[in-house]
Design a binder for this molecule. Sequence first.
Ligand SMILES: Nc1ncnc2c1ncn2[C@@H]1O[C@H](COP(=O)(O)OP(=O)(O)O)[C@@H](O)[C@H]1O
Ligand SMILES: [Mg+2]
Length: 288
Amino acid sequence: MSTMLEVTDLGHRYGDHTAIDRLSFTVAAGELVCIVGPSGCGKSTLLRTLSGLVASTTGHVALHGDEVRGVPDDLAVVFQDYSRSLFPWLTVQRNVEFPLKRKVSRAERRARAAEALEWVGLSGAGAKYPWQLSGGMQQRVAIARALAYRPALLLMDEPFASVDAQTRFELEDLLLRVRREHDTTILLVTHDIDESVYLGDRVLVLSKSPATIVANLKVDLPAERDQITTRESDTFVALRAETARLLHGGGTVRPRVQADPEGVAARFLAAERAEQAAQASKRHAAQN
Ligand SMILES: Nc1ncnc2c1ncn2[C@@H]1O[C@H](COP(=O)(O)OP(=O)(O)O)[C@@H](O)[C@H]1O
Ligand SMILES: [Mg+2]
């Protein structure tokens, strides 16, 4: 497999605060790589530097062999906050067409947007406005918009963190299907350990701030994944425990399938869940 993205010694500082520190990794064409790290460790900063939105302080990024300077033309980003990334005054169809303006003809824009909306199961929604759709549907529009652009690499920043658990599972499976059917190369960051293992071909585990890579785990799960059977499988359970240990302990790797006598991973996962629930209720309170 050819290398799609090559990141070498990438670092970024905000003033004297180092957000990410000398990260090096690659993503092969067709791969789905998840990056998991605690809140505030520098995940969004990493994606911002990769997408050329902020300049890195050290290091290099190459996209299919070409050094990235500025915002690369064949890259698309899906953010967590769909309510701010979609234009409320444009229809769904027009939102999806928008990044293709000045890139392809009007007829081609229409065709690509209609096709991408079909991929995400929203064929009938083109004439609606984003605010007429549920949160999960709005995030599907954002995904369609990124896919219509046909990027060499799709970057996703906690794309399912703002939807409820059931919708999140549906969107995860939608992403896996679209990726399989259309051979998309994806780099997705998340703070959710389970999500990183469920979606990834590989999981890069980041340390606390400033982010460095503490592990590169290959996900030995079949390509076809299922929310129930995959999550129950021994390999999944072992991988998420290992990821939790790495996140918690910052680097001690233990053998994969092993009992967890201290229950460290279980306690950590419980704490993660509690934090997620607290954040969800805060969001809920903010929305009401
Ligand atoms: N524009 C900015 N100016 C200064 N500090 C920032 C800025 N954006 C993020 N940071 C800081 O950099 C660190 C990493 O932030 P971020 O990349 O958003 O982390 P994550 O996405 O993992 O939660 C945090 O300590 C955050 O406060
Ligand atoms: Mg972030």
